[in-house]
Design a protein around this ligand. Structure first.
Ligand code: FAD
Length: 334
């Protein structure tokens, strides 16, 4: 494998609700830094139906060029079809680095592509850097249950691929009018070549708000005392139209599922408002929420570390304060 043939930093641009998914814009921000360090181009790969115009958004967020596969066959995400397009693009244009958002679609596509290419994939990365001279991608992620940060290298193969957690990288400020090159691509792919058929899309009807997308998160810790006490967190969240978060100790106690866990070995969140209730503020929790817009802590221990990291702190018993908040918000919000 001749490494000199492989150039450029690529980002898989995921389409979401008619636009480019926030995580892809974040990756353009991270990718821009890597590309500048390597003095190379930052490219996006767009696959879908009627999506060519989205390339303009990618340019405004830092891309120099976008490879576009615009065809009815890509109307819905299907592993086989998207994988075939991505593989063709990689084989033709040979990127040095290829990044995907660690979303359901990004993870599915990246792992499918990795099974075909003779290269590796670092999953769920939280930090990225590149060696300026060698182009070696330094992809870091928590390992061994979060006890260490491992930096994973792919020394012998190209492209170097990684999925990156949403909300960890920063998108660049939008630069209206910034332009780039659209490169229209296609492969001879027929409907009969794709074994999966999308018969119907059924939107989830749950009223629950997803933790990684929420503007407000109400998080509870062991200070709630019991699963019954933790119900107060659900009620407050429902009152505010917020998502429910939790500390690891609460998840390990089985009071709520792991996908609600905030922190080093859980989800990284950046809501506008984050309530930390009965949470001590261990560093492993803080790293997952410290970039929230406004942090409000409730804890009965005035020396709890969370009070060093919040904007507003209430010292007192959550069992008394949270019901008052629920009542107050319910009457204020009607
Ligand atoms: P505690 O530390 O038990 O704190 C409970 C708090 O509630 C205390 O501050 C107490 O004063 C307060 N309290 C008690 N009663 C009341 C009351 N009635 N009203 C108000 N306040 C009250 N943790 C995470 O959260 N996320 C992670 O991703 C994560 N990853 C980890 C990875 C590793 C490798 C390790 C070693 C640990 C990790 N942890 C993680 C665990 C972390 O170190 C803490 O143990 C955990 O965050 C503590 O949870 P807690 O704050 O709910 O519980």
């Amino acid at each position: 494998m001749n490494f000199d043939d492989y150039r450029g930093v690529w980002v898989f641009l995921e389409e979401k609700d008619g636009g480019i998914a926030p995580v892809s814009l974040e990756l353009l921000g991270a990718g821009r830094q890597l590309a500048d360090k390597r003095k190379t181009l930052l490219s996006g790969v767009l696959i879908g139906e009627g999506i060519t115009d989205l390339a303009e958004t990618a340019f405004e967020y830092g891309a120099d060029q976008v490879f576009v596969y615009d065809d009815p066959i890509y109307r819905h995400y299907r592993t086989e079809a998207f994988m075939r397009a991505m593989l063709a693009c990689v084989e033709k244009h040979k990127p040095e680095i290829l990044l995907y958002g660690a979303t359901s679609t990004g993870k599915d596509l990246a792992s499918a592509v990795a099974t075909d290419l003779p290269t590796g994939l670092t999953a769920d990365t939280t930090q990225l850097d590149v060696e300026q001279d060698t182009g070696l991608l330094l992809a870091s992620r928590p390992a061994f249950g979060g006890n260490i940060m491992a930096t994973i290298l792919c020394k012998k193969y190209r492209p170097q691929m990684a999925t990156v957690r949403p909300k960890v990288m920063k998108a660049l400020p939008r630069e209206p009018g910034r332009t780039g090159t659209i490169i229209a691509e296609s492969i001879p792919l027929k409907e009969t070549d794709v074994r999966t058929k999308v018969l119907e899309i059924v939107r989830a009807t749950t009223r629950r708000v997803r933790i990684d997308e929420a503007d407000i998160i109400v998080s509870g810790g062991k200070g709630l005392g019991s699963p019954q006490g933790f119900q107060l967190i659900h009620t407050l969240a429902e009152t505010l139209g917020a998502a429910v978060g939790a500390s690891r100790d609460v998840v390990e106690a089985g009071w709520i599922g792991h996908h609600h866990q905030v922190g080093q070995t859980g989800v990284t969140v950046t809501p506008k408002i984050y309530f930390a209730i009965g949470i001590s503020g261990a560093i492993q929790h803080l790293v997952g929420m410290q970039n929230s817009g406004l942090i409000i802590a409730i804890n009965k221990d005035p020396k709890a570390p969370i009070f060093q990291s919040c904007h507003y702190g209430i010292v007192g018993d959550a069992m008394e304060i949270v019901p008052m908040l629920i009542e107050g918000f319910q009457s204020a919000l009607g």
